[in-house]
Design a binder for this molecule. Sequence first.
Ligand code: T3D
Length: 264
Amino acid sequence: MTFETIQYEESDGYAVLTLNRPERLNAFTGVMHAEIREALDKVAANKANRAMILTGAGRGFCAGQDLNDRVMGDDDAPPPDLGHTLETLYNPLVRTIRALEMPVISAVNGVAAGAGANLALGGDLVMAARSAKFIQAFCRIGLVPDGGGTWLLPNLAGRAKAMAMAMLGEPVSAEEAERIGLIWKVVEDDDLMTEARKLAARLATQPTAGLTAIKQLITAAGSNSLDEQLDLERDTQQRLGRSHDYREGVRAFLGKREPVFKGE
Ligand code: T3D
């Protein structure tokens, strides 16, 4: 299957989705949203996929909404309905990635701005090239961080940093992003995709159902009390305790051999 605005491949137990409008720093258009949606359906439909990498082609990861689609007419022209855009495009995208039953690696190859920054930060394991930067560009055009930004920023980096990033819209370097807990780690530019692929291939051999449950529980912790979280851990562990991969993990440990997980 060929796409116009993204690249999609599957190999070695993982999928790679590359945003591919490098001349516009991979900014989102309606076509790109539709193609990402189609690719994510493919990722989920193929049980052989047990991890996914999200990255960008060229020198940017993603510059957010393509503002060429938002050219303002005269003041009498009806304004765009951005609520509808979020409801139908950005919010489903964020929810779909969060709900994917496998770890999602963001491999941030360059500048990530606006909704592009929050798409990157919404990944489960976020790696960034040393030259990458994160910009909450929304305030520069009178908007609020979307794509989950107002939730992600305070949860990841705390209120003080969230406020400064969202209100000032200044670039945050990959190193600073790692330091403040916004991302997992920085890697050298030339090593980014090698490292991301190595990680995805490793994750693809792991207990995928367990990793998916970790993703769900850590997400739920953002709004749950400790009591609620303890209940959720009990119920999840009860379910996982009946799984193939739990049995295999214990047998392999006791048998002093490498486990062979099925992801179930
Ligand atoms: O509208 C809705 O649906 C609501 C949802 C909104 C979600 C959002 O994401 S709102 C935020 C939108 N994004 C931005 O405001 C970021 C705009 N871009 C920039 O500020 C800068 O381009 C960057 C800081 C990201 C990178 O700067 P730099 O100097 O490295 O690159 P550049 O020269 O500005 O960009 C390179 C080209 O990409 C350039 O085109 P040109 O001049 O070579 O023909 C530039 O216009 C284009 N480009 C970059 N970002 C966008 C874009 N074109 C359209 N839309 C963009 N967002």
